[in-house]
Write a protein that binds this ligand. Structure first.
Ligand SMILES: Cc1cc2nc3c(=O)[nH]c(=O)nc-3n(C[C@H](O)[C@H](O)[C@H](O)COP(=O)(O)OP(=O)(O)OC[C@H]3O[C@@H](n4cnc5c(N)ncnc54)[C@H](O)[C@@H]3O)c2cc1C
Length: 247
């Protein structure tokens, strides 16, 4: 059972029609970058709760949640409507094992996300430990339209701070886009396009991979990687693929 406490909405930034980021103030317990919390609202007399990853690094006091308004969704359209000064319930304690301390050592860390699942990676990248553990970090963000590429200011800032240690590769699936690859992550891995573009080769000895977001992307990417000799990372049997599904 979640231990609910109130969170005050400081801001609700609408990036476009559906994507939004909530800045919240709440007295939550410490968490690890990559973990998620739960947000809840009473809707028609019922408590409705869903999981949301922290985008902010643990050292930053303001909570940042990046979400999409799901058409016909129960909670996310309500969250989308929240305004400064409103209250939402938040779980005081964070959850999840999609964290860097669960990832075995390697040379290169590949962070693959669809849509709002870039959130936990931004927390991990801003927290800082990753830069001491991996020689190269590749951030791959797949969206439908270029306008869905949020958090560009934060990504640019990370690029300025860490230079060539960070490689950023956006993907856009539903329109041509000059700076992005077109298509989907699993296919671009299968035909070698992603590695050619990024200039790094994936191999089970030096690469660790985190996958987050759309369950189809996670499943298909895992399958392509398994065919190339990668294995799911388990505590009892370390591998190279660490995953989180958003639904
Ligand atoms: C560990 C974990 C972390 C999560 N973190 C985030 C997050 O940081 N941001 C976020 O937006 N969501 C996140 N989710 C998804 C979130 O918990 C809700 O499922 C989502 O907000 C929809 O809730 P809803 O009540 O509006 O829709 P529901 O009525 O519950 O409908 C669920 C349906 O919405 C769709 N859906 C769910 N999440 C998404 C999504 N992110 N993008 C596109 N379609 C989606 C799927 O088709 C799913 O079947 C996370 C889920 C998990 C399990």
């Amino acid at each position: 059972m979640a231990d609910w406490i109130p969170a005050q909405v400081i801001a609700n930034r609408h990036w476009n029609n559906n994507l939004f980021s909530l800045s919240l103030a709440a007295n939550i317990e410490p968490f690890k970058a990559g973990q998620f919390t739960k947000l809840g609202l009473e809707i028609d007399g019922q408590m409705v709760q869903r999981a949301y990853s922290f985008v902010n690094p643990p050292q930053q006091p303001t909570i940042d949640i990046y979400a999409t308004r799901v058409q016909d969704g129960l909670l996310s359209p309500r969250l989308h409507q929240l305004a400064e000064g409103d209250t939402v319930l938040i779980s005081a304690r964070a959850n999840g094992f999609f964290t860097l301390d669960e990832v075995p050592q390697g040379d290169h860390l590949w962070l693959l996300a669809t849509g709002t699942a870039i959130g936990p990676y931004l927390s991990i990248l801003q927290q800082g430990d990753v830069w001491h553990r991996f020689r190269k970090v590749v951030l791959v963000h797949a969206v439908r339209f270029a306008a869905d590429l949020s958090y560009q200011a934060e990504i640019t800032q990370l690029k300025q701070q860490y230079g060539d240690q960070l490689i950023v590769q956006p993907f856009v699936s539903r329109e041509p886009s000059t700076l992005c690859l077109t298509g989907r992550i699993p296919q671009a891995l299968e035909d070698g396009q992603l590695e050619r573009h990024v200039g790094l080769t994936l191999d089970p000895v030096q690469s660790q991979i985190m996958l987050c977001g759309n369950p189809e992307m996670v499943k298909e990417t895992k399958s392509v990687l398994e065919d190339r000799g990668f294995a799911k990372n388990l505590r009892r049997k370390p591998g190279q693929i660490t995953m989180e599904h958003y639904w």
